[in-house]
Every structure is written in C-alpha cells, then in structure tokens.
Design a protein around this ligand. Sequence first.
Ligand SMILES: N[C@@H](CCC(=O)N[C@@H](CS)C(=O)NCC(=O)O)C(=O)O
Length: 206
Amino acid sequence: MIKIWGRSSSVNVQKVLWAVRELALPHTTEQVGGAFGGLDTPEYGAMNPNRKVPVIDDGGLILWESNAIVRYLAARYSEGALWPTDVAQRALADQWMDWTATEWQLAIVPAFRGLIRTPEDQRDLAAIEASTRQGNALALILENALQKHEYIAGSQFSMADIVLGCVAHRWLSMPIERPATPTMSAWYRRLMMRPATQGVLVLPLS
Ligand SMILES: N[C@@H](CCC(=O)N[C@@H](CS)C(=O)NCC(=O)O)C(=O)O
C-alpha cells in the first residue's frame, strides 16, 4: 500500500495521484500542506526536509519531488507502458517532464497564484501579465510538438503525458487570454477521458 502525503489542490500532488490511479495501485492519501498544515512537524521534516508536498512511502521507500515520484512509479510498476523501455523514447519523455517542471510550470506560477489564490485588490497585474505572456509562448512549443505525434513522447501515452497534462489542465483552465492551440486542446481532451484523471484534475482551480 502506497501512502501519499499532499493536498489534492497541488499540481505536483495531482501528478502522483493520477499516476497511482492510472496504474491501479492501492494507496492512501493524507491531506497536508496549504490550509491543512502538517508540514512543520519533526516527523514530516524527517521525510522531506524541504517541507513540501508530495511525499510518498512505498514499502519504506520515502520519496519526494513529484517528477521523480512519477518516474519511480512508472519504472517500478509500468515498464513498457508509462515507462518507455526504448531508451530514446524514454529520453524524450524525460525531456518533456523536465521542460514542464523547469519551464512551463514555473512560468505560469505568478499568473496562477495571482488569479486563483490572491484577492483581486491585492493582485500584481504586471507579474500576472508577464507570466501569462511567457506561459503562452511556451504553450505554443507544446502545440507544435504535439502536431508530430498523438502523445508527447510518441504514439504511446507515457509518464510525460501525466506530468504535462496536469500543468496543461491549469493553463487551459485559468481565466487568461490564450493563443489557439487546437492540437494541444485535442490531446488534453483525450487525457481527460482517461478514468484516472477523474476526481484528480478538477474544476474550479483552487
Ligand atoms: N519540485 C517540487 C515542488 C514541490 C512544491 O513546491 N510543492 C508545493 C505545492 S505545489 C508545496 O508543498 N507548497 C507548500 C504547501 O502546500 O503548504 C515537486 O515537484 O515536488
């Protein structure tokens, strides 16, 4: 039984929840972080010294960093499916996972926090606008990439689609002006039809 710590409104926790559901892995969840608190206890700090979510415990293996967790679950429980066995294919999945974490997800944080988690009269409009512009430019890179194959790392759904799909859910659901991304939107709709996303990628954003 895998235990997952993290509030389900966190995009990083959503990646892990989707992965365990996709693989039908027995799991329990504990809502911590944000308004739930619970990250400042000595016990939590011993599991994750960064005091962030998500964290998992799989048979005594304590792991943090959402993309590392998704990679671990895919490698351990889904070789040849979520975890591409072909090295080149896997490198492409890795590339998009890293791009998501270090580029797109990061770029849209100020817009997300400003528009979804900050009262209107306290918003930094310039930061929201800059973040939206940057997020939109990066979304066009994804739009272009998805025109080449059905899923981000090739013709097969992989761990990279989970990580990228969680961030796409945010970007496509935020109240912002967006460029047209018909291919990405079609890919996102395909992902949202997967039963494992139900109850994980929810609206409204919070
Ligand atoms: N790089 C880390 C980032 C983790 C992170 O920043 N988590 C946020 C939520 S998305 C967090 O724990 N914030 C503090 C809180 O929720 O109280 C990962 O991908 O797991």
